[in-house]
Write a protein that binds this ligand. Sequence first.
Ligand code: SF4
Ligand code: FES
Length: 270
Amino acid sequence: MSGSSGAKPMNLTLHVWRQSGPSAPGRIVDYPAKGISPDMSFLEMLDVVNEGLIEKGEEPIAFDHDCREGICGSCGVMINGAAHGPMKATTACQLHMRSFKDGDDIWIEPWRAKAFPVQKDLMVDRGAFDRIIQAGGYISAPTGTPQDANALPIAKEVADLAMDAASCIGCGACVAACKNASAMLFTAAKASQLNLLPQGQPEKDRRVLAMVAAMDEAGFGSCTNQYECSAVCPKQISHDFISKFNRDYFMATVRATFQQAPAVTTGGGA
Ligand code: SF4
Ligand code: FES
């Protein structure tokens, strides 16, 4: 086969979470995965197993995927207890089977979080992330036609930081890895990519307060600074964004409190 490394095919045993629907009970089912090329991606390996299941008239394993290039955020699953598997800064679709050894057992489960209910097998509903974005992850200022790149000067380090935050692909690994199922890394990244830039300033306070409210309403837990989130993040989003987001939230709360406080009047009276 063109492009193959010629490495010896592997035989593996998969232990896969199967669940026919959101309210159905789930269980782990074992499947052999035979003749797997080390050059395959993890999802290609699942494709091979699914082809075998379909040939036998069995229901294929449902899993989310789209780009298979590490950019859409669809494919996250727990692999041997780790979000996206054993390779740092790597989505499940970019994980190659050479990360495993011939004869390995591989346990594959969906994200586990109250706010990400299982839809089927390895697929979860990540609509809660969409609701956080709907609450404030945008700017409503008219931006007009594209401007010259130097029309609005932004310091290089600020632009770099905003770009780092914008690299979040919304995969949900941060939530899945957190013992509190907190969405703080995701929310902080999505808020910071706007809060750092001039275009994001007018709605900054409203954005931060609304995104936190949406996060709480969705049922995500609180952040207790464990930093499992940034450790598993395939885009290596830093937990420093959480500190920054906490400062933005504190300032927004203070300003909202003083804006709502009754005006203080001094003596004189009628
Ligand atoms: S912060 Fe990282 S782990 Fe969390 S959703 Fe974004 S890319 Fe995924
Ligand atoms: S399928 Fe798009 S990031 Fe994995």
